[in-house]
Design a protein around this ligand. Sequence first.
Ligand code: OGA
Ligand code: NI
Length: 370
Amino acid sequence: MEATNLDQFHPENGDRQRELKAFDETKAGVKGLVDAGITKLPTIFIHPKTPQNSSNNISTANKHNIPIIDLQGIHGNEKKRREVVAAIGEASETWGFFQVVNHGIPGTVLEEIKRGVRGFHEQDTEVKKEWYTRDQSRRVIYNSNFDLYTAPAANWRDSVLCIMAPNPPHPHELPPVCSDILIKYSKEVQKLGGVLFELLSEALGLHPNYLNNIECNKGLNLLGHYYPACPQPDLTLGTTKHSDNDFLTILLQDDDIGGLQVLHQNQWIDVPPTPGALVINIGDLLQLVTNDRFKSSEHRVLASQCGPRISVACFLSTYLFMSSRIYGPIKELLSDENPPKYRETTVEEYIAHFHAKGLDGTSALLDFKL
Ligand code: OGA
Ligand code: NI
């Protein structure tokens, strides 16, 4: 079915499910709608105008700015390392978000992975369709809106998820247009992830290897997002407000479009595109094991008339890898004054719950509170 046929459905007849299915069956995503030349948003993408969706963001000229932390010198200069640990601890407790520069991943590799993700989404539609699926057991999952059928409104975004670790894929299991760079970039991200978990462990007053030892850095899921230019950006969102369901996210965003915002003290703050920088954010599972010391902040992506916007989000977590490891608040951080706030769980249970819920604007973490 062609994307343009969506218009024949009348949602006022209550047939939202049919409209969703028609869109899903095109296997061409939001990009397919744009390629077909639509100028009006199909109803499934229209978000209700709630206060939480309003764009009461303040400009980055304001004193509120996501911290930018320079990692230069952390492997040799003790004083520098202590300063960085303090800055990362502070940012993780207050913002749950920071950017890093001099992180060790070459600029050419950053450019190459963005080109690779763009190349995936812009390849021949018939070839791309072969990867379209909602089967969670697949290594590569391309679709539009992982929560299409459960979320209250669809997002103006297509995504390709690649499970890169544990058990790295063979290149031939990955889309040929980007297989080599997916593997190369993932190795770099895992290395940086290991360093960040050391710094985060130190910021918690734990042994530097603590978070790596409990396998926070064991899994890596790479999500290549594609946010096409949107004809009516005020009616929808690129990504609904959510927090991430992992331990830590390492995000590479486009250099010029922007649109990523963090909810900080009840206001939406822009995360300004910063060439060469990576955005780091604390995920729900790190908030859980730190018993709320580190914050998994809510964030969203605005839709834009400009585009496409490319972003590459690397989720450090074992995802549906069937690890039986149990995660709860870290015992060393607990005391009589700081009793556990969460019940223990597994990554798999957490993810399954997150998926069943979809991006509905509330945190999955609340359901694990004691
Ligand atoms: C995500 C996310 C932000 C972006 O993938 O969870 O928040 O800029 N992405 O694409
Ligand atoms: Ni996110």
